[in-house]
Design a protein. Sequence first.
Length: 262
Amino acid sequence: MKLAFSTLGVPGMPLAEVAALAADCGYQGVELRTAPDEPVSTALGERERAKAVREFARAGVEILAVCGYTGVAAEGDDAEVLQEIGELLRLAGDLGAPFVRVFPGGGDRDPEIGGTDAVRRLGAAAETAAGVGVRILLETHDSHPTGAAVSRILGPVGHRHAGALWDVLHPWLAGEEPAAARAALAPFLGYVQVKDVASRDDLTPLPLGTGTLPLAECLSGLAPGAWLSWEYEKRWYPEARELPGLLTPGREFLEGLCGPVG
């Protein structure tokens, strides 16, 4: 198992501090939330991108993913969606990140109509992704929250540079059993996002192992070298505890479930 955490849990923290925190707490990687209010965005210049690479290399920490917010099942023109994904792919390529995260983002649209758009867009974007050596991962989220729903998009895409990101919260909220989600996503899986919450009605982030998510069931049977990333949504829940002090106990909890990291 290799372990990362998302900068969603340390909003606005300078990259050098993020890299040092990961190394100090025994994490091998970091997911970079990519938005205008974060240290990393698609507007980042070449010099700043090179500096970020040096800071993470100095700490011995990998940049696992560039996490954008493009909705591939959203209503609108393909050109705009593909431009956004292209910018994320170029950023990931410059940073040496193997993955770009996108959302379904279909909103209230018919999931089948949104899914058809997503298949077409991901198929086109996957060709660009192949050219820069990056894989686009569609997260189990919003309009397509389950492994079954995401697999119905990725199956027809049929491209190795388009895969899945299993956020374990959303299939659980939708009533999909962990074994079913894992089986549906297995042919496409890039990595897994873990988290914990108090209940289906209270999604305030909690330290791993102290909430109600069936994490042991979710992580059972994963490949020994799989990446797990702790997405602690401090950005959206300012009342939640600070993440840095939770990282080492979180790593120890995951080691208890999956074995040593590294």
